[in-house]
Design a protein around this ligand. Structure first.
Ligand code: GTP
Ligand code: MG
Length: 361
């Protein structure tokens, strides 16, 4: 899973990046203005996996991973005519966007728009994303129109007309400041536009950095009535410092600051939900492994995530809920207790299932 951290210059993107990754990338009170994408992998914290590890004590543990990308700040006017290639690529390659919004006061930290105004900043960055998408869609419209005029294009004409109608719908939406993620698109339409990597089609999390102030309810700062969007608050500086401590000191300080769930855990939980993803596990004495699949994926698809051979030669899957397995204490005991089920290829996986695939190739 790739998550791109975006926001205005000096909005505390790198601070949040450090908080999420335990990193020590340089932060500064003047905007670096540098275009250097830094990225880091984070292991997904998962108490279910921890319980399985405690049970099997395997030498190998494979946690799910998320990669965060800290991208240069977006500034007013940048999206006009389309974001430039380098920065567009850096944003477009992500599965979801994490928009860091400054919601803390600090006279030592200059703001590119002078005063602190989270709602305005959100609009400002959204506008640049909308403009960038608009430029892409308009270019595509020109290209499709040119294709339609070409001689011998009869066969493709019907297809082109369908695409053109969809593109014009997108233009109308973007011009009225509606992100693509808010539109009702059929799966065929989604497929048609997937290749354009539109930025406003991506799920987005707004992370409001409230500095030293503990704000539980982000809607007391601003509302964001969009689909596939989440709104969270974080005490950025504090969480960055916490992330750099060892586990023991961190637990102590978390309690002291009254932070029930660290920013990393919350952001990851919301990312899974936004992206419609869930986890399943394979477990044994040799390895405990967390795998990521879409909600609604079948046993066959889960098997294919592990290895294509398992999907090709799929016979059946033995499935048990992680909590039932942990409670039983072993696969054998879970089987005896009637908690392990034999499922076919069309079984719809549940979050937290542990599976053993029987296959033959
Ligand atoms: N008071 C306060 N300052 C913060 C907090 N988080 C970040 N800052 C400060 O805000 C300034 C900018 O932080 P960065 O993380 O470098 O911001 P950025 O968005 O990565 O900046 P650029 O990459 O230059 O666009 C730094 O001086 C940080 O110390 C916070 O929670 N409270
Ligand atoms: Mg930075």
């Amino acid at each position: 899973m790739h998550i791109g951290i975006i926001g205005l210059p000096n909005s505390s993107k790198t601070t949040i990046f450090n908080a999420l990754t335990g990193g020590v990338a340089e932060t500064a009170s003047f905007s670096s203005g540098r275009f250097a994408v830094q990225h880091a992998f984070v292991e997904v914290p998962d108490p279910r996996l921890d319980a399985l590890v405690a049970l099997f004590q395997p030498p190998k543990i494979a946690r799910a991973r998320v990669e965060y990308h800290d991208i240069a700040g977006l500034t007013r006017g940048m999206g006009e005519g389309g974001l430039s290639g380098e920065i567009l690529g850096a944003v477009a390659q992500n599965d979801a966007l994490l928009h860091v919004v400054r919601a803390f006061d600090d006279d030592e930290v200059p703001h590119p728009e002078i005063d602190v105004d989270p709602a305005r900043d959100v609009d400002l960055v959204d506008t640049e994303l909308l403009l960038s998408d608009l430029a892409i869609v308009e270019r595509r419209i020109e290209r499709v129109r040119a294709q339609m005029k070409r001689p011998g294009a009869k066969d493709a004409l019907a297809e082109a007309e369908v695409e053109l109608a969809l593109l014009q719908r997108l233009v109308a939406a973007l011009e009225s400041e509606t992100p693509v993620r808010d539109l009702d698109l059929s799966s065929a339409e989604e497929k048609l536009i997937r290749g354009f990597q539109l930025l406003t089609a991506k799920p987005i999390m707004l992370l409001l950095n409230t500095g030293d102030v503990d704000v539980q309810d982000p809607t007391s700062i601003l509302t964001y009535p969009h689909r596939r969007a989440e709104l969270l608050t974080i005490r950025g500086q504090i969480e960055m410092e916490l992330a750099q401590l060892d586990a023991e000191d961190r637990a102590e300080l978390l309690a002291e600051y009254g932070i029930r769930e660290p920013g990393l855990d919350r952001v990851i939980r919301h990312s899974y939900r936004l992206l419609g993803l869930q986890s399943f596990f394979t477990a044994g004495e040799r390895e405990v492994h967390a795998w990521t699949i879409p909600v609604g994926a079948t046993a066959l698809e889960a098997a294919g995530t592990i290895h294509s051979d398992l999907a090709r030669g799929f016979i059946r899957a033995e499935v048990v809920a992680w909590s039932d397995l942990v409670e039983a204490g072993s696969f054998a005991a879970a089987r005896l207790a009637g908690k392990m089920r034999l499922e076919g290829r069309d079984y719809v996986m549940r979050d937290g299932d542990v599976i053993e695939v029987r296959f033959n190739v």
